[in-house]
Design a protein around this ligand. Structure first.
Ligand SMILES: Nc1nc2c(ncn2[C@@H]2O[C@H](COP(=O)(O)OP(=O)(O)OP(=O)(O)O)[C@@H](O)[C@H]2O)c(=O)[nH]1
Length: 522
């Protein structure tokens, strides 16, 4: 019986299964590639952010120091000039006029000074230029000049070597013991002036407007959402995100709050290095500790450390991460249909190849007209069956069938009618033999059946039934009984091979056909 027919449903299922498997594998591959790209890009993003923040921090710090360097240069320029010495030592009015004009020029060129002064060795102001609220400069008249001998910056000068500059702490201006309102952040720079003989003869003093320094920080902070702090060495805000918390060290009556109490973890880590990054749950703090004073070229004393801190909130970091996640997701959604299509095509091609191969295998072993096996298939099967029956000492029978009057039918009723005879035989055989039996069309009108576990008489009985059913089939289809001739024989265990058993069955069929015998046992 035919058990090799390709099953379309089975192939469709196989195609579906393979498509699923390949899709899964390709999508896994895609996910792995995207994950690797995601991780690499993510670490690049955080590295780039880190580099950018450090660069901005460095840029801010450099800008602050450049600003202070200008103050140092200006102070040294007029205070260490011969005009200053002549004014103080020789009381030369001409030199004083020239020096005043020079100090005006300095004040005009660089509008960040509240006061530019020359003091004598007793602390008396000799020349004083004030910047007014409208930024214009005013030379303070002689009668309004004051003595500053008791001020800390004048006292500090006593211990300074020539050319050294004293930089005061960055704090608020105090007038008559009260913090001046509105707040006036100030850094005072003072330098001693010595005569040619080396005697202390006076000092140059510049009050620098600290507000302008803080403005630089705001101007350079280009990232929306990022916060920048300037802290003094004790952690107090010189510039914070809440004006109320700034300059607390100037107001002892208020709670002494600072960055150190607001962000103790970050503050602790900031004590350990000059430059670094602290990662917290709220975001990343990038910090730099540096001296808030002009360059060391100016022999600065009393350099005070300050901290410049940039804070990148977690929301900014997450937004960048979210962008990346979205891009990865979009890439996955765009590419995965392509991969699924590819998987479907691949599976389709494979299953089609499989189908063609089974079709070829089927065709190579089957007769196209009847669907029964062909000659080479039954010869192979018979050979194996003889060996097995011999081993198991089992019975085996063969029937040779020849369709009667095929030529006549062809000639009289056409080839299609002849084909019907052949298909009829196959159909009757298929209905009559058992699962283990094997039937084939081995020639034009010749058929062979191998009956397993069956002897000659058993085969003859089945053939009688087949013959009878075939006759009835012919009657039903054409009104005339169809007939066939057959010869049955059983395996002779000692002597038979494939050819001999077929030959014997053929001869018996021939005898049957010629009417000499009906069914004979060997
Ligand atoms: N319709 C049809 N005819 C075929 C096919 N294969 C072979 N034949 C024809 O079958 C005929 C067989 O002729 P014969 O061997 O004389 O057989 P028969 O006509 O049945 O005569 P007997 O066997 O003596 O009854 C030939 O004319 C073949 O051309 C086929 O596939 N279809």
């Amino acid at each position: 019986m035919d058990r090799d027919a390709p099953q379309e449903a089975k192939l469709t299922y196989a195609k579906y299964k393979k498509s699923m498997l390949y899709s899964l594998l390709l999508l896994l591959f895609l996910s792995a590639v995207l994950s690797i790209v995601y991780l690499m890009t993510s670490s690049n993003i955080s590295r780039e952010r880190e580099m950018r923040q450090y660069a901005e921090l460095g840029n801010m710090q450099a800008s602050l120091l450049t600003e202070l360097n200008i103050v140092g240069t200006d102070l040294a320029y007029y205070a260490h000039s011969e005009l200053a010495v002549s004014t103080l030592e020789d009381k030369d009015p001409k030199a004083k006029r020239y020096l005043t004009s020079l100090m005006f020029q300095i004040g005009n060129l660089y509008k960040h000074y509240d006061q530019i002064r020359l003091l004598d060795d007793r602390g008396d102001e000799v020349i004083r230029i004030d910047q007014l609220r409208d930024n214009s400069l005013q030379l303070v008249p002689d009668e309004a000049l004051q003595n500053k001998a008791d001020r800390y910056y004048f006292r500090e000068l006593a211990g300074l070597k020539p050319e050294e500059i004293y930089a005061s702490p960055f704090d608020l201006n105090v007038e008559h013991g009260e913090v001046e309102q509105p707040l006036k952040p100030t850094i005072r720079f003072a330098t001693p002036i010595y005569s040619m003989a080396g005697d202390f003869i006076g000092a140059g003093v510049i009050n620098y407007k600290g507000k302008d320094l803080l403005q630089i920080i705001d101007d350079l902070n280009v990232h929306e959402g990022d916060r920048v702090y300037l802290l003094n060495h004790k952690g107090f805000y010189l510039k914070g995100d809440q004006p109320d918390k700034e300059w607390r060290f100037m107001f002892p009556e208020r709670e002494q709050l600072g960055f150190d109490s607001d962000y103790p973890t970050a503050w602790r880590r900031m004590q350990q290095s000059e430059l670094g990054k602290v990662v917290t749950d709220d975001g990343e703090y990038y910090f730099s500790r540096f001296k808030l004073a002009p360059h060391s070229l100016f022999n600065i004393v009393n350099r005070e450390s300050a901290y410049l801190v940039m804070f990148v909130p977690e929301s900014t970091i997450e937004a960048a991460q979210q962008n990346l996640t979205n891009s990865a997701l979009i890439a996955f959604l765009l590419v995965s249909p392509m991969f699924i299509f590819l998987a479907y095509k691949l599976a389709g091609a494979q299953v089609e190849q499989q189908r063609l191969f089974s079709q070829l295998t089927f065709d190579a072993r089957h007769d196209a007209l009847t669907g029964l096996y062909n000659r080479s298939a039954i010869i192979e099967y018979l050979g194996k069956s003889i060996s097995r029956s011999r081993r198991q000492k089992a019975q085996l029978a063969v029937s040779f069938i020849d369709v009667n009057d095929l030529k006549k039918t062809n000639d009289l009723h056409g080839h299609e009618a002849g084909d019907d005879l052949l298909k009829g035989v196959a159909s009757v055989i298929n209905m009559s033999i058992r699962d283990g039996d094997f039937a084939a069309r081995i020639g034009g009108d010749e058929f062979l059946i191998v009956f397993v576990d069956c002897d000659g008489s058993c085969a003859s009985e089945i053939m009688e039934r087949i013959q009878a059913a075939y006759g009835v089939m012919g009657l039903g289809k054409t009104g005339k009984e169809w007939s066939l001739s057959f010869g049955c024989t059983q395996l002779l265990h000692e002597t038979d091979d494939v050819d001999s058993i077929i030959e014997r069955a053929d001869s018996l069929m021939y005898e049957h056909k010629t009417g000499q015998k009906n069914q004979l046992l060997p």
